[in-house]
Design a protein around this ligand. Sequence first.
Ligand code: CTP
Ligand code: CA
Length: 227
Amino acid sequence: AFFAGTDRPLAGRRALVTSGPTYEPIDPVRYIANRSSGKQGHAIAAALARLGAHVTLVSGPTREPTPPGVTLVPIETAVEMLAACRAALPADVAVCAAAVADWRVAEAAGQKVKKTGGAPPTLSLIENPDILATLSAAGPDRPRLVVGFAAETENVVAHATEKRRRKGCDWILANDVAPETGTFGGDANTIHLIDAAGVEHWPTSTKLAVAERLARRIDAYFGEGKA
Ligand code: CTP
Ligand code: CA
């Protein structure tokens, strides 16, 4: 990169970001999904790219434009998201901001399911792969820094600390989505960053500001020679 070492400190670093929802098909015309705008994940991809990183953004369907300089890999299902993430390795840092559907329909119908006048159909679900946990356990391919999110409504730090341990990631950005914070559906985020050393409480700010702060924090981590 032309300006490496000055305003583009992440030049030469590879970043993988997941964003948006996943769509899990029921049949060719119906699906199960989470609510997710993709705003936070896309903003993180944009912020890392602005600092010079080579960014692969693996995202489910969103209305967000692809940030400048970012390589978008569009996917629909969690299984596709995992395959695209594996294909994007090696990476120095992975940030999992996607709202992955926890389950998919065990056997999606090949044809549109029709009303028959009888009992409604019953969906049998199976658990989806956990992309954050898989990347965290990727052995020699593991990104040196793996970051996840946790949206919690109560005991935010305790739940997120447990989630960090269970997933094996390095940092968890715990997002307080209790109704009184006004976070849900809005543009503001109240983040608590949990790492091996403890908790860092971030002031309530916009998703863009959270992305910028996270990108700077990632740059500082690499700058400290921890990876
Ligand atoms: N995640 C993932 N793959 C999944 C599920 C979650 O990569 N199949 C990631 C999300 O992108 C997020 C983190 O894991 O970074 C936490 O997601 P969350 O839904 O809070 O965690 P779960 O383990 O699914 O627990 P819960 O039962 O609370 O939904
Ligand atoms: Ca989940």
